[in-house]
Design a protein around this ligand. Structure first.
Ligand code: AMP
Ligand code: ZN
Ligand code: FE
Ligand code: FE
Length: 277
C-alpha cells in the first residue's frame, strides 16, 4: 500500500485543482491520498469524487495553522467533521485574518516595490485560503523575483521587514478542537527549520499529552538525523510516525509519494476517528 497523507490543491496554495491532485496521485501509483489544504475543507468534495473515479482511497484532511509559545506550528487533521461548529469557527477566523495579513504585507511591500492587492487576487484561485505563496506568485508576475522559492528566501521570509504574522489558535486548543470534531491530529513537519523557528521536544511532549496522535517524521524538509530523532521521540511519547510528500503541484519541488505512511500506521490513526461530539 502506498499512502501519502499530506497534499495541497488550489483550495489553498497548491497549483492543481483537488481533482487533479487526486488524479496525479493515482498516476503516481498511490493507493491512498489525503488532501490537507491550509485551514479549509473546500477541496474535499471534488477530491472525493475524483478518487472514486480513479479507484483510489481518499482521506479528507486539513493543515491547521497553529502556534506554540509564539512559534508557528502546523497541525494535520484527518477525518474530522467539517460541520463541527468549533472547528468551522476556528477555520473561518484564521482564513479571515489571513486576508487581512496578506493585505498588510502587500501594503508594506508596496512602499518599496510596485505591487497591488489586485496583483495578488489575479493569482488567487476562487475561494482559496490566501497565503504567502500567492504573494510570491504576484511578485513573480511583476518580475520582482523569478520563483516562489526566491520570494520565500527574500521578501516573504519569516523575519523579513515585510513579514506579518496571522491569527492562529494555540496548538493545544486546536488539538482539542480536532478531537471534538472526531478527527485525528498529527503534527506536521515538527523540525522543518527552513520554515523558521521550531518547537522543543518538551513542547512536543505537552502536545502529546494534549491528545496528539502522531508526528510527521518523514517529510521532505527533514534531514535523516531529524527523522531519526522524531522516531525516538515518538517512541518515548507513545505517538505514531507518519510520512508524506507535502505536495504543492509545481509550487514546491516535492513529489507525490516521495514519503509514505505504512498501512498499519494509517489503520491505527483511522481507528482513532470518532463521531463528532
Ligand atoms: P503562510 O502560511 O501564508 O505563512 O505561508 C507558508 C506556506 O508557504 C507553507 O505552508 C508552505 O506550504 C509554503 N512555502 C513555504 N516555503 C516555501 C517555498 N520556499 N516555496 C514555496 N512555498 C513555500
Ligand atoms: Zn502550503
Ligand atoms: Fe506545513
Ligand atoms: Fe503542507
Amino acid at each position: 500500500m502506498r499512502i501519502d497523507l499530506h497534499t495541497h490543491s488550489t483550495a489553498s496554495d497548491g497549483t492543481q485543482s483537488p481533482g487533479d491532485v487526486v488524479r496525479a496521485a493515482a498516476a503516481a501509483g498511490l493507493d491512498v491520498v489525503a488532501l490537507t489544504d491550509h485551514d479549509t475543507t473546500a477541496g474535499w468534495a471534488q477530491a472525493a469524487d475524483a478518487a472514486r473515479q480513479a479507484g483510489i482511497g481518499f482521506v479528507p484532511g486539513l493543515e491547521l495553522s497553529c502556534r506554540v509559545d509564539g512559534i508557528s506550528v502546523h497541525l494535520l487533521a484527518y477525518l474530522a467533521d467539517p460541520e463541527h461548529p468549533g472547528l468551522r469557527a476556528e477555520l473561518a477566523a484564521t482564513r479571515g485574518d489571513r486576508v487581512h495579513r496578506a493585505r498588510r504585507m502587500v501594503d508594506l511591500i508596496a512602499a518599496d516595490l510596485p505591487l497591488t492587492w489586485d496583483d495578488v487576487l489575479a493569482q488567487l484561485p476562487p475561494g482559496a485560503t490566501v497565503g504567502r505563496p500567492h504573494l510570491a506568485d504576484a511578485l513573480v508576475a511583476r518580475g520582482h523575483v523569478a520563483t516562489r522559492d526566491e520570494a520565500f528566501a527574500s521578501i516573504l521570509r519569516t523575519g523579513s521587514r515585510y513579514h506579518v504574522g496571522h491569527r492562529a489558535p494555540e496548538a493545544r486548543h486546536a488539538i482539542a478542537t480536532v478531537r471534538a470534531a472526531g478527527g485525528v491530529p498529527v503534527m506536521a513537519h515538527p523540525l522543518a527549520a527552513r520554515r523558521g523557528r521550531v518547537v522543543s521536544d518538551a513542547a512536543i511532549a505537552r502536545l502529546a499529552h494534549a491528545g496528539l496522535a502522531a508526528l510527521e517524521a518523514d517529510h521532505p524538509d527533514h534531514l535523516p538525523a531529524e527523522r531519526e530523532h522524531l522516531r525516538g521521540l515518538a517512541g518515548e511519547l507513545g505517538l505514531l510516525v507518519t510520512g508524506a510528500s507535502d505536495y504543492h503541484g509545481t509550487g514546491r519541488p516535492h513529489r507525490l509519494g516521495e514519503n509514505l505512511t505504512p498501512a498499519a500506521t494509517w489503520e491505527q490513526l483511522a481507528a482513532q476517528a470518532r463521531p463528532a461530539s
